[in-house]
Design a protein around this ligand. Structure first.
Ligand code: SAH
Length: 362
């Protein structure tokens, strides 16, 4: 096991020695977003040479189909003359560039688009700026959804929810206690439990009665995000598509995972150098959205979503235009819709949050 001897690991050990153990959510937030040493601040995560590969980086078909969804949603909104096309956590900007390219086919749509990217990492912002500039698109960047100007909104977020920090609770003889990161006798980072139980009301009712050792997760940022989406809906129609991996019903289990160079690693081993994510509890996100007054369309698998949006025809057209790349196109598309349990087509789900008075494209 590594000595956790990274710049962030050293800083965390000092912090914990001074202030005591920190909740898992704070550990995750610092590992990803620490201003100097956070994973997204320093690393180039995406692609074969990075740590993981996301759907838009596998095949342009993904972004083009999501772009077709956005274009159809604009029509469903009554073709507003200006619409905010917003992406949360845009990575390299590939999805947005592919979506924007797909906008060209629909009269009036490209002219209506006003692109806004919500990204906390200055490095990735710069990467996104280059990608979009090369494709000939202007955009604005934001730290937070709250500063995107009001108006009709089409929003997409791929692998964004899984990067939002989760709190973890473990059932003990004395009730649910929060999982924390502290220091063991050797001064190494180690998981532990906060001394006092938390109110059982923090745990989803279906998970509350559990055997000692059971783990429940809670993503506090879902409520904040749902509030920000509801505020947008109050000022114009909203259709927001979230794609991520996770489960559709509340479930017990520890899902915090670290990935580096396309392999799982110990989440405490290399703070700041590995990606940290948690499985998305879509039912929890949907509950927050509904509580904020928004409508939520039934979740579907990524496979079903892409087929519904015209995957077969789009892949065929792309292959016809690029016969020399036939194998690459085919294998990319197959990977996006792979229906095996660990395949992207089944593991990834899509959920649509929208204005209740909008007849959504779904
Ligand atoms: N959507 C991209 C990248 C997914 S990785 C793709 O599919 O390839 C997660 C992205 O979310 C990164 O761009 C990361 O910097 C960004 N991110 C993580 N937490 C964020 C937050 N709280 N606010 C805004 N962006 C965030």
């Amino acid at each position: 096991m590594s000595a956790q001897d990274t710049p962030l690991g050293r800083e965390l050990k000092d912090l914990i020695a001074a202030e005591g153990p920190i909740p898992v959510a704070r550990y995750m937030a610092l590992c990803l977003g620490h201003p100097r040493h956070g994973y997204y601040m320093t690393r180039e995560p995406f692609g074969a040479a990075g740590d993981f590969t996301t759907a838009p980086e596998i095949s342009q078909v993904f972004g083009e189909l999501i772009g077709a969804w956005a274009a159809a949603s604009w029509q469903a909104m009554g073709r507003p003359s200006s619409v905010r096309l917003v992406e949360l956590g845009p990575g390299r900007g590939t999805l947005m560039a592919d979506m924007a390219r797909a906008a060209q086919g629909l009269p009036g749509y490209a002219d209506a688009l006003d692109i806004h990217l919500v990204e906390t990492s200055p490095r990735l912002r710069e990467r996104q700026r280059r990608t979009l500039a090369a494709a000939g698109w202007a955009a604005s960047w934001h730290e937070d959804l709250a500063t995107v100007p009001a108006g009709p909104t089409l929003l997409v977020a791929n692998e964004f929810l899984d990067a939002l920090p989760v709190r973890q609770f473990v059932m003990t003889e004395r009730g649910w206690r929060e999982r924390v990161v502290g220091l063991n006798a050797d001064g190494a980072l180690a998981f532990g439990l906060a001394p006092d139980p938390v109110p059982a009301s923090l745990i989803h009712e279906r998970l509350r009665a559990a055997q000692p050792g059971a783990v429940a997760e809670l993503c506090p940022a879902f409520e904040t995000l749902a509030g920000a989406l509801a505020a947008r809906h109050a000022a114009g129609p909203l259709a927001a598509l979230f794609i991520d991996y996770g489960h559709l019903a509340p479930a017990h289990g520890e899902t915090l995972q670290a990935v580096k160079a396309h392999a799982f690693t110990d989440p405490l081993a290399e703070p700041g150098l590995a990606d940290l994510t948690a499985h998305v509890d879509f039912s929890a996100f949907a509950r927050c959205a509904a509580a904020a007054g928004l409508a939520v369309a039934p979740a579907v698998t990524q496979r079903d979503l892409l087929f519904r949006l015209g995957l077969a025809a789009r892949a065929e057209a792309l292959a016809r235009a690029n016969p020399q790349a036939l194998d690459t196109i085919r294998s990319g598309v197959e990977r996006l819709v792979d229906p095996s349990p660990a395949g992207m087509g089944a593991l990834f789900k899509a959920v649509l949050v929208h204005s209740p008075d909008l007849d959504p494209v779904w």
